[in-house]
Design a protein around this ligand. Structure first.
Ligand SMILES: C[S@@+](CC[C@H](N)C(=O)[O-])C[C@H]1O[C@@H](n2cnc3c(N)ncnc32)[C@H](O)[C@@H]1O
Length: 256
């Protein structure tokens, strides 16, 4: 997959930064010495961690050079490291591993969460948020366009769709034996978008990326036009012309 675009991702910075605020509000730590922002992106979630733990060493880790560039420019005093969460391990005495909107991109992420939790000291916290929206029209329509358009059969499109998340019960069974405290919940946001094109812009910064990366420029334009038309039919304009992007997200806070 091509690199992420920090600029595209940050077009909806306020909306995208609300889930990490809500996640951090449930982290049961009064103080912390070492905190790691896993999949720190452009540094928006890292900034929240610095505000909450001003005396801690806060480190951001990400696999995208473009995101790391943006994060370093935003928070020059913070340490940002290039790394892949599939294999990365925390240093000993890390108090908080915070992963907002990243683990849905990590293959076999449930096993990675178990591994990271095991690496924490007693009382250390793993806090995670992932979009749980594969059943929403915005995601279903990506799959529909990929299956029905002229690009149907394109091999890379088969792997472009994200898998459904495991259920809360599955996460409970996997993580509870490793925890002293486990909190799992869903929040459904309803983001106000200026119109259907706003929804397309939103997902160009995230879930659409693997679909668009798989296609040549002309096909990409056709894919986006088809997707945009379907989004306009699926998301009804409200009385003021705006549309609501319904967005369920899953939250997990686990203390060792
Ligand atoms: C949706 S952004 C989340 C950014 C930020 N944490 C936030 O709260 O808005 C996901 C980030 O995860 C990073 N990422 C995806 N897979 C990764 C992996 N295997 N290892 C490290 N970072 C990864 C991407 O580069 C991207 O910056």
């Amino acid at each position: 997959m091509n690199d992420w675009s920090a600029r595209q991702y940050l077009k909806f910075e306020d909306e995208r930064t609300r889930p990490p605020r809500d996640l951090l509000a449930q982290v049961p730590l009064d103080r912390a010495e070492r905190v790691v922002d896993l999949g720190c992106g452009p540094g928006n979630s890292t900034e929240l961690l610095i505000e909450r733990f001003p005396d801690a060493e806060v480190i951001g880790i990400d696999s995208s050079p473009d995101m790391l560039r943006q994060a370093r420019a935003r928070l020059p005093r913070c340490t940002f490291v290039h790394g892949d969460l599939a294999t990365w391990m925390p240093k000993s005495r890390t108090d908080l591993l915070f992963g907002n909107a990243v683990f849905q991109w990590v293959p076999d992420h449930a096993a990675v969460l178990q591994r990271l939790l095991r690496a924490l000291p007693a009382g250390g916290v793993l806090a995670v948020q992932m979009p749980d929206n594969t059943g929403e029209p915005a995601l279903a329509l990506m799959r529909e366009v990929a299956e029905k358009g002229p690009y149907a059969g394109h091999p890379e499109l088969y792997n472009a769709a994200r898998d459904d998340l495991p259920t809360p019960g599955d996460y409970y069974d996997l993580l509870r034996p490793l925890c002293s405290h486990l909190d799992i919940w869903h929040t459904v946001y309803n983001h106000v978008m200026t119109g259907p094109a706003g929804i397309v812009e939103w997902f160009k910064g995230s879930a659409l990326r693997p679909f668009l990366d798989a296609l040549e420029s002309e096909q990409r334009t056709a894919f986006l036009a088809d997707y945009t038309a379907r989004i306009a039919r699926a998301y009804r304009a409200r009385h003021d012309g705006k549309v609501l992007l319904r967005f369920p997200r899953l939250f997990i806070v686990a203390a060792r």
